[in-house]
Write a protein of this length. Structure first.
Length: 334
């Protein structure tokens, strides 16, 4: 698919991987199958078996050798998934795989080995918090898995109709503005892939701030200081609005020609962590699409602690995308 406004060719989705990790397997598989079908992509299912740390103690109690216990765990899990695949009819049972090891490492290794474009996984439930929280495996995948990750609430609406795409267009002083611009486009492109058609709405959100407002007020003399400060804030806001509109206008024009989803801009002042959470609630977002990278020199992109804070404050499904050329810090050799 080509972006007619910018001449940007959208990389096709070829392979989707659904992660089976618990009681939400059927919902995860259904969501992944629906997405794969809309993009004519192949779908596979992966489950990870992590042997207990005290497997030798269990071995002595059961009389089974550790290797035999692991083999039985794998076969039990595989059998259950094959049955699920046959019952739902959503996937060829031959596309089911069970790996042994640490889940985020095994998932990442499968992604590299099989050329996966998108991983679909249920969000992990942390007991005692009273809501869904993106826990250890999810956080590791967001930081280290070399493809885009869809962390899905089991009760999420599929396909999503209200999509919140968080971008950062304040790139005029960034050391690598091209990288930031490319990631912003990829975030919106992913939102377009998730949107089922003209009934969907994509809100492209940018959180901005005016860091020099206090200085403008302090350094202006007398009664002119409030006016000077407001003038500064208005100027900063106008610059952010122009950048945001410049990003989405060509995409909006293309979707209008193709009877695609509506694309609306949201420019909100405040800290990105707070703005995203608040806007998601106000808009009733079904899913948040955001960029996240583990290590980069780009200033202003949602990275590191900022991205993780957003994940831990957002009570909904999230699609996280990585910039082109992202290299996983994991050793993923077979």
């Amino acid at each position: 698919m080509t972006d007619e406004g910018q001449g940007v060719e959208l990389k096709p989705v070829r392979k989707v991987l659904a992660i089976a990790d618990g009681p939400q397997d059927a919902a995860t598989l259904a969501a992944a199958a629906g997405f794969a079908a809309r993009h004519d992509a192949a779908l596979a299912v992966l489950a990870c078996v992590a042997p207990p740390s005290d497997i030798r103690r269990l071995s002595r109690l059961t009389g089974l050798a550790p290797a035999a216990m692991v083999e039985r765990m794998v076969e039990t899990r595989r059998s259950a998934l094959v049955d699920l695949a046959r019952q739902t009819g959503l996937i060829d049972s031959r596309a089911v795989c069970v790996s042994v090891g640490t889940p985020f490492i095994e998932i990442s290794r499968y992604v590299v080995t099989h050329g996966i474009d998108i991983v679909v996984k249920a969000a992990e439930w942390l007991p005692g918090l009273g809501r869904f929280q993106f826990a250890s495996t999810d956080q590791h995948l967001v930081r280290k898995c070399p493809c885009d990750i869809w962390l899905r609430r089991p009760d999420a609406r599929d396909p999503p109709l209200t999509i919140l795409a968080a971008v950062d267009v304040g790139d005029w002083d960034a050391p690598e503005p091209e990288t930031m611009a490319a990631l912003n486009r990829k975030v919106i492109e992913m939102a377009l892939r998730l949107a089922p058609g003209p009934d969907a709405v994509i809100y492209v959100l940018h959180a901005w701030d005016a860091p020099g407002e206090g200085l403008a007020r302090a350094f202006s003399s007398g009664q002119d200081s409030p006016t000077a400060a407001q003038s500064y804030v208005d100027d900063v806001q106008s610059a952010h609005r122009a950048s945001l509109e410049g990003l989405i206008s060509p995409l909006r024009a293309r979707t209008a020609k193709l009877a695609g989803p509506k694309i609306l801009s949201r420019l909100e002042k405040g800290a990105v962590r707070v703005v995203i959470s608040e806007q998601a609630k106000i808009l009733g977002a079904d899913i948040l699409v955001m960029g996240t990278v583990a290590r980069t020199g780009v200033s202003g992109i949602l990275i590191g602690n900022t991205a993780e804070d957003i994940l831990n404050s957002f009570d909904g499904s999230v699609m996280t995308v990585k910039p082109e050329g992202f290299v996983s810090p994991l050793d993923l050799k077979p």
